[in-house]
Design a protein around this ligand. Structure first.
Ligand code: AKG
Ligand code: MN
Length: 208
């Protein structure tokens, strides 16, 4: 035995789906340490969504960490980024080594229990470009991750994401598919998910 974590690569397929799943991209001990550090150090905050004129809390805690000067709107709110911390830099660079691309930002989600989740959506904001490569790293409790074609909900992929698994979404995944982490009645512990993204800075900035 080499002591290296076992890497199992899976490639779920579907029309227009660009998805690679690397099981155990982060080994168990490193994933345990990363979870504990991020749980403590990330400035987790509760955001709210406006629904039918009322502000409702989103069912998870979030943080947006990025290079200085980038900004982003999520959950309907415009955010200035929090600064990078060492553990996120390390996981960002590990994710980059799997995609062969660089990331200048990460959206961090903390699902406290089964009543937290994220509803159907695509990460298709214009600031990510038309065919974004997004690397999504899971730490902590196992949760389901569902994808379905936007134009035909019967075309779907359902995955269980475990501690240390890395999902890479690319190509037309954000344009033609949507994804979610469903709430569950099962007793589940805390889960942290990091989605590394590359924000293309506003191209008009600096132009005269
Ligand atoms: O928690 C996950 O696995 C997915 C999170 C997600 O889709 C997002 O942050 O945009
Ligand atoms: Mn997403």
């Amino acid at each position: 035995m080499s002591g290296q974590p076992a890497l199992f690569e899976e490639q779920p397929t579907g029309p227009g789906l660009g998805l690679t799943l690397i099981r155990g991209a982060v080994g168990v001990t490193a994933a345990d340490n990363a979870f504990a550090a991020l749980r403590n150090k990330v400035a987790w905050r509760q955001d709210h969504l406006k629904m039918f004129g009322e502000l409702v809390p989103v069912p998870r805690l979030e943080a947006w960490v990025a290079d200085e000067g980038l900004d982003y709107t999520y959950s309907g709110i415009h955010h200035d980024p929090d600064p990078w911390i060492d553990e996120l830099v390390e996981l960002r660079d590990l994710s980059s080594s799997h995609t062969g691309t660089t990331f200048n930002s990460v959206l961090c989600n903390l699902y406290r229990d089964g009543s937290d989740g994220v509803d159907w959506h695509a990460d298709d904001e214009p600031e990510f470009g038309s065919m974004p490569i997004i690397a999504s790293l899971s730490l902590g409790a196992t949760r389901r991750f569902d994808l379905q074609r936007v134009d035909d909900h019967s075309i779907k992929v359902e995955l269980e994401l475990h501690h240390g698994d890395l999902v890479i979404m690319s190509g037309t995944t954000q344009a033609l598919w949507r994804h979610r982490v469903p709430k569950t009645k099962k007793l589940v512990g805390e889960r942290i998910n990091l989605t590394f993204r590359n924000v293309i800075p506003n191209p008009t900035v600096g132009l005269t």
